[in-house]
Every structure is written in structure tokens, then in C-alpha cells.
Design a protein around this ligand. Structure first.
Ligand code: GDP
Ligand code: IMO
Ligand code: MG
Length: 456
């Protein structure tokens, strides 16, 4: 059986924590899309793990698989595995031979293209990990796959085809000399790339890390193993269903759990699909955000003085909404129900996990964007273009707030121990989406999640 965990909003909903809580009963955890643009947090006994590539189940010693739908940076992968080993874990990670490889030139091009787009307000505020350029090469049929790293002759041939094109792109389109790029080093040097990536292939081979992911997982399920499919990013960052072009370049939504692993849609469809929802919105990238609270620039400058700015700063501080790499404050907003209705339809959620209920504690009033008004009409779901989304005026509903309580105690006692107003808030979300609440997050630690129904 499978359980698929999907972000319902704009990423960072707390998927890593939900995967951790439910993966006690799983045998294998699989990432099906994205790469090291993800940052999934697991907190166990005060130890915090931030995982960008290794599936979150590694913390519990489960087998982790990077499915064929992922884009894998071997540099990051091995650094992350080595660091986890230094912390006393022994992550067992398998990588699909059909997964595509992120090369140093992808990261360089990601940065240059973002800079270029900035003038036209088209920059997505990417993580700079080379995700978009790698998926472009995959679709352009000029990508290098994990399987190619295992065969030096094929690797060489692929590099010889693609690197001259990348050099030309840099010099002729962007006016940048590829030999002047210092970080990362040798990004456009065929010989250096060949030596380095061949050696990753050797390590993958020596450690028996590569798999035919569809065959491996299907067999595992036939043998009675339980498989968890861990989505990265969120539905509104989906390249098809998100707020294009301010999206990532893969499909975080549940359909990709089949395509990105090689498991049949019927297999994934017979399982559970859990939508992970943050009790408010946070956004690291650019683009419209109808339910945004105040103005991020003013809040950052410390000049934000409106009531909304104050609420945003309150939520941001309590929720630790600062970029993990840059420390940059994230944009914050009220929950957006049209976004969640869209996500529920797109993914077919069988259950939801609502996180960060503790973060909102102490506010007098908690608002939700119940619907939008667009061109004088009420809309219950997201419009198809991002321009229209930007024109949507949210219609808010207000809920009485709840106080801070001993959240650890609440999670021990269960759902009924939650403050009544928080329960009302959760019941509203659940009934609007017609999906039951499986879990409620009231803190970052493993034992700060209330489990109402275990999907396995
Ligand atoms: P992911 O990308 O969806 O896995 O989420 P991230 O790990 O990037 O961001 C979620 C952050 O919130 C992490 O620091 C988590 O430890 C933390 N977190 C998760 N659930 C909760 C919760 O219910 N309450 C609080 N206060 N923090 C949470
Ligand atoms: P997790 O898995 C939040 C955003 C970036 C940018 C856009 C495209 O931790 O929830 P990319 O580097 O993917 O080309 O960037 O997507 N983004 C995320 N935002 N959480 C993430 O991952 C994200 N991964 C990408 O900020 O707007
Ligand atoms: Mg994250």
C-alpha cells in the first residue's frame, strides 16, 4: 500500500514532519519529483535535521528512494549522506537510474536566467539549485541521467554533445564567458565534469545505490512493504497547476507520485493521499499573494506599522519564517481557501494534516480568505492565470483566536484537548474541503503532532 504526502500550498507546509510522524509504519520512503530545492525538517528529541534530497524517512532508518521524477545533484546527495553519517545515522538511499542529474552548469544558468528575468518581473525567486535548467534538458532530450554516470562512454558522449551548447548559450545569449565562472568551478569543462561525474557513478555503483525505481517499488509492495511517497514543494508551485511562471519546474501534485516513481496510477490511487496544510501562508518566492499580510519590504525595513504588518511579524517570528539559507524573512498571509479547494481537487486528498496551529495562538482574530471577488463575481477556486489571481480580492471570514497552551500535553491528550476555537477553525477547513483531518501539528517536534487517523 502507498501513502502520498503532498504540499497543498506554496511549500514549507511541514511535509517533512508529517512524513516523519507517519513513516513509523512505512518501510520505504520515496521522493517523486524536485531536487535539492526542497528543505524538509524533521525534529527528533531536540535534534533538527534539514533534508534537501535524502527522503525524510532516513531519520527513522527506513530505505529512501529518489524516484525517476527527481533531479539529483550528486554533490549534494553525497554531502548530505556523509553529514547524516557523521551524526550517527546510516541512511540507505537508492537512486533511480532514470532520474536526471543536475550538473554545475545548470546552477550557473539558473542564476543567470533569474538575473535576466528580474528586469521583466518574471524571476521566480528560485532556490538557485539548477532545478529549472535540468528539467529543461530532460524535456529537451539532452539530459544526463543517473544511469549514464554508470557508463563512462555514454557519459562522455552526452557531455560532448551538451557542454558546447551550454557554452554557446552563455557567451552568445547572456554575454558571459563560461571560462570566467568561478563558482562552481569547472562548470563548463568537459574533461573536469567527466572525471568528477564518472567518480559519482563509481560510488553509486560500489554502494549498490541505483535502482529501476518502478520495478523495485512494485516488487517491494508485492512483498508486503508499505511505501510512502514524499512530495516536495506544493501544489501552487506545480508547473501545471501552480501560479505559473512563479513555480518550480516539476509536478509536486499527486499525479506525479505515479509518473515520478514508476508505480502504476492504480497502485497510488488505491492508497491514501494526504494534503499538508500550513494554518497560514508563507511564501519564499515572488508573484501575487491575495491574502498576504501587509508589505514584506516595509516589514523587513522595520517600518511596517499597520495592524497587518504587526500580525505578519508576529506570525513570522513565532513560526520561524526565515529562509534557511539566506535568513531572509518570508512573506506571510492568511490561509487561502480557493487555493486549498484547488489543491484538494487536483490531488484528490483522502485526508489532510494541518500544521502550525500553535503559531497562530495569541492572536485575537484569525482570518481565512474564504473566497475571492474577481470582476464583481465570487470565486471559490483559483483562476487559471496568475494575472487574474493577482486581481482577486479575498473575502475574509473571521474566527476567534486561541491562547497558547501546553502543546505537548495537548498532543498527548488528543484532538479534543485543542482549544475550542482552534477546533472550530480546523472543522471549518475540513468541512469546506470535505476531507477529514488526519493530523494536527502543534509544534515542530515529533511528539507535537496530534494523530486522529493513521493512514497506514
Ligand atoms: P516542508 O518543506 O514542507 O517539509 O517544511 P519545512 O521543514 O521547510 O518548514 C516547516 C518548518 O516548520 C520546520 O522548521 C518545521 O520544524 C516546523 N514545523 C512543522 N510543523 C510545525 C507545527 O505544527 N508547529 C510549529 N511551530 N512548527 C512546525
Ligand atoms: P519544500 O519541499 C518553498 C520556490 C522558490 C521559487 C520557485 C522556483 O521545502 O516545500 P526552483 O528552485 O524550484 O526553481 O524555484 O519555487 N520553491 C520553494 N518554496 N518550499 C520549497 O520546497 C520550494 N522549492 C522551490 O522559492 O519561488
Ligand atoms: Mg521546506
Amino acid at each position: 500500500m502507498t501513502v502520498t504526502i503532498v504540499g497543498a500550498q506554496l511549500g514549507d507546509e511541514g511535509k517533512g514532519g508529517v512524513v516523519d510522524v507517519f513513516s513509523d509504519a512505512a518501510d520505504i520512503i520515496v521522493r517523486y519529483q524536485g531536487g535539492d530545492n526542497a528543505g524538509h525538517t524533521v525534529v527528533e528529541d531536540d535534534e533538527e535535521y534539514k533534508l534537501s534530497l535524502v527522503p525524510s524517512g532516513a531519520i527513522r532508518g527506513k530505505i529512501g528512494v529518489l524516484g525517476n521524477g527527481c533531479v539529483v545533484n550528486p554533490r549534494t546527495l553525497f554531502t548530505e549522506i556523509d553529514k547524516l553519517q557523521d551524526r550517527g545515522l546510516s541512511p540507505d538511499v537508492r537512486v533511480a537510474r532514470r532520474a536526471h542529474v543536475i550538473l554545475p552548469y545548470h546552477r550557473v544558468i539558473d542564476g543567470i536566467e533569474e538575473d535576466t528575468k528580474e528586469d521583466d518581473d518574471l524571476a521566480a525567486g528560485t532556490t538557485g539549485r539548477g532545478i529549472g535548467p535540468t528539467y529543461e534538458d530532460k524535456a529537451g532530450r539532452r539530459g544526463i541521467r543517473i544511469g549514464d554516470l554508470l557508463d563512462p562512454e555514454v557519459l562522455r558522449a552526452r557531455l560532448e554533445y551538451v557542454v558546447p551548447q551550454k557554452r554557446e548559450l552563455l557567451s552568445s545569449v547572456y554575454g558571459v564567458d563560461p571560462d570566467e565562472i568561478e563558482d562552481p568551478e569547472n562548470a563548463f569543462d568537459i574533461d573536469a565534469l567527466y572525471e568528477e561525474y564518472k567518480s559519482y557513478g563509481e560510488r553509486l555503483k560500489e554502494e549498490g545505490m541505483t535502482v529501476n525505481s518502478g520495478a523495485f517499488l512494485t516488487q517491494a509492495i508485492e512483498d508486503g512493504n508499505k511505501v510512502m511517497l514524499e512530495g516536495a514543494q506544493g501544489t501552487s508551485l506545480d508547473i501545471d497547476h501552480g501560479v505559473y511562471p512563479y513555480v518550480t519546474s516539476s509536478n509536486p501534485s499527486a499525479g506525479a507520485a505515479s509518473v515520478g516513481t514508476g508505480l502504476g496510477v492504480t497502485t497510488v490511487g488505491q492508497g491514501e493521499v494526504i494534503g499538508v496544510i500550513k494554518a497560514y501562508l508563507s511564501r519564499v518566492g515572488t508573484g501575487p499573494l491575495p491574502t498576504e499580510l501587509g508589505d514584506i519590504d516595509e516589514q523587513t525595513a522595520g517600518s511596517g506599522t499597520t495592524a497587518e504588518d504587526e500580525i505578519a511579524s508576529y506570525i513570522r517570528d513565532r513560526g520561524g519564517e526565515y529562509g534557511t539559507v539566506t535568513g531572509r524573512p518570508r512573506r506571510v498571509g492568511w490561509i487561502d481557501m480557493p487555493m486549498l479547494r484547488h489543491a484538494t481537487r487536483t490531488n484528490g486528498f483522502t485526508g489532510i494534516a494541518v500544521n502550525h496551529i500553535d503559531v497562530l495562538a495569541g492572536l485575537e482574530t484569525v482570518k481565512v480568505g474564504h473566497s475571492y471577488t474577481l470582476d464583481g463575481e465570487e470565486q471559490l477556486t483559483m483562476p487559471t492565470t496568475t494575472e487574474e489571481w493577482g486581481q482577486c480580492e479575498p473575502n475574509y471570514r473571521e474566527f476567534d483566536g486561541w491562547d497558547d497552551v501546553d502543546w505537548k500535553q495537548v498532543s498527548e491528550q488528543g484532538y479534543e484537548a485543542l482549544p475550542e476555537n482552534a477546533q472550530e477553525y480546523l472543522d471549518y477547513i475540513s468541512s469546506e474541503l470535505s476531507v477529514p483531518v488526519y493530523a494536527v501539528g502543534v509544534g515542530a517536534e515529533r511528539d507535537e503532532t496530534i494523530i486522529r487517523k493513521h493512514p497506514f
